[in-house]
Design a binder for this molecule. Structure first.
Ligand SMILES: NC(=O)c1ccc[n+]([C@@H]2O[C@H](COP(=O)([O-])OP(=O)(O)OC[C@H]3O[C@@H](n4cnc5c(N)ncnc54)[C@H](OP(=O)(O)O)[C@@H]3O)[C@@H](O)[C@H]2O)c1
Ligand SMILES: [Zn+2]
Length: 386
């Protein structure tokens, strides 16, 4: 096993700050395992991203310095996290995303409180918890208006701060949500990003109503499998799309009323037919330019188009004239508010909704998990445990 010579004992002080693990780590991408040498400090296992690139840039490290919870924070022993598209984007690199390497990905945190930082009350060591994935400043005008999910100084776990591809992560105590005993960590770990986004889109922003019809593109993924179930729970009808015929039966089993394959079917014509010519009430579109024109066309008068992803690109052009003539709402969002995550967790705890987990892998197999998500062969979520 390669032993890193990149870190000298004199650097230990600098690495004490968990957000500055350091930038001089040699690693062997073939082995994907590196060792830090940081003297007597306690370490942890983590999957560390050493630079932008493919999944081989993720290295399983045996002894990364363990984070220290700061004022108002707790140290969580992570039991499960899940892989999200944002992890792939941060790994690959994207205009506007700045990452200090080495970096730890992972926005979904499900685990146990291990240690309390200064000033923390109302939380005990040993508590099972789920974490809201945003860190809000608590001081900006939108935080002051009770909308920390819109915080202008927001930070995102696994992007602006180290995340949960690790044995330990530090999070604000205010982000924690008690996790009932009967919700497994693996299921809980699918909720903060994919589940919350689907919930916030359909309930908080889209206001999907009983009897309305929703179109969800790429419904076989993390957000999509939640969206189908949430829409059914709300009493809506669901038109789901998948480009894979093999996923059709699974989407029907989840509750989708109709499943269309956009590679073989004319989605616009099919939606017209299924809605008696009216069009759908709501479209959930995270695919982007490839699907936006159809999303826009198939909305009924007064319909809502929910945008929360850019799988095929960032920019589209659309008609202002059509937008106002047809009373359309084009609404963007990311993630959601903590009370929405709590509400979603209550549904899961009550058995009203079941996160769809394609597979659970050990943390050290994070590179494989990324490849799986990129392959498009996943149905639902890939979870990592440690
Ligand atoms: N705004 C937010 O807060 C937020 C949060 C979570 C996710 N997102 C974004 O939402 C998107 C979906 O996330 P996810 O976690 O659900 O990802 P995912 O699990 O990988 O699922 C995405 C689904 O989209 C479909 N798809 C992928 N590429 C496509 C393409 N080129 N054209 C048409 N369909 C395509 C696939 O379905 P089929 O193969 O079955 O067609 C796939 O199952 C990502 O862009 C992600 O970054 C945003
Ligand atoms: Zn704020």
């Amino acid at each position: 096993m390669p032993r890193s010579e990149g870190i000298l004992r004199g650097d230990v002080e600098r690495f004490h700050d968990p957000d500055q693990i350091g930038d001089r780590v040699d690693f062997d991408p073939r082995a994907c395992v590196v060792h830090f040498d940081f003297g007597a400090m306690r370490g942890m296992r983590a999957v560390v991203l050493h630079g932008h690139g493919g999944p081989e840039r993720l290295a399983f490290v045996e002894d990364v310095p363990r984070p220290e919870p700061e004022n108002g924070e707790v140290l969580i022993r992570v039991r499960a996290t899940s892989v999200n598209r944002v992890d792939l984007v941060v790994r690959e690199g994207y205009p506007g995303i700045e990452v200090r390497f080495p970096h730890i990905l992972g926005a979904d945190v499900a685990g146990v409180v291990e240690r309390l930082g200064p000033g923390v009350e109302g939380v005990r060591e040993g508590d099972r918890v789920l974490a809201w994935p945003l860190v809000a400043c608590g001081r900006c005008p939108l935080c002051a208006r009770g909308r920390p999910g819109l915080c202008v100084n927001w930070q995102y776990l696994g992007l602006h701060r180290h995340g949960a591809y690790a044995e330990h992560v530090r999070v604000p105590a205010s982000s924690l949500i008690p996790l009932p005993e009967d919700v497994p960590f693996e299921e809980a770990a699918t909720l903060p990003v994919a589940g919350l986004t689907a919930y916030h889109a359909l309930v908080g922003v889209g206001g999907l109503q009983r009897g309305e019809t929703l179109l969800v593109w790429g419904a076989s993924g993390g957000v999509g499998t939640f969206a189908v179930q949430i829409a059914k729970r709300l009493g809506a009808r669901v038109i789901a799309t998948t480009r894979a015929d093999g996923k059709r039966a699974q989407l029907e089993a989840l509750g989708a009323d109709w499943v269309l394959n956009p590679r073989r079917e004319d989605v616009e014509a099919a939606v017209r037919e299924l809605t008696g010519g009216l069009g759908v009430d709501v479209v959930l579109d995270y695919v982007g330019p490839a699907t936006f024109p159809t999303s826009f066309k198939v909305l009924r008068k007064g319909g809502r188009l929910l945008l929360c992803g850019i799988l095929t690109g960032r920019e589209v052009a659309f008609s202002i004239h059509q937008t106002y003539l047809r009373h359309l709402s084009v609404l963007g969002l990311y993630l959601g508010e903590k009370p929405e995550l709590e509400a979603l967790l209550r549904w899961v705890a009550a058995g009203e909704l079941r996160p769809v987990i394609d597979r659970v892998l050990p943390l050290r197999e994070a590179p494989r998990a990324h490849r799986l998500l990129e392959s498009g062969k996943v149905f639902g979520k890939v979870v990592l445990t440690c």
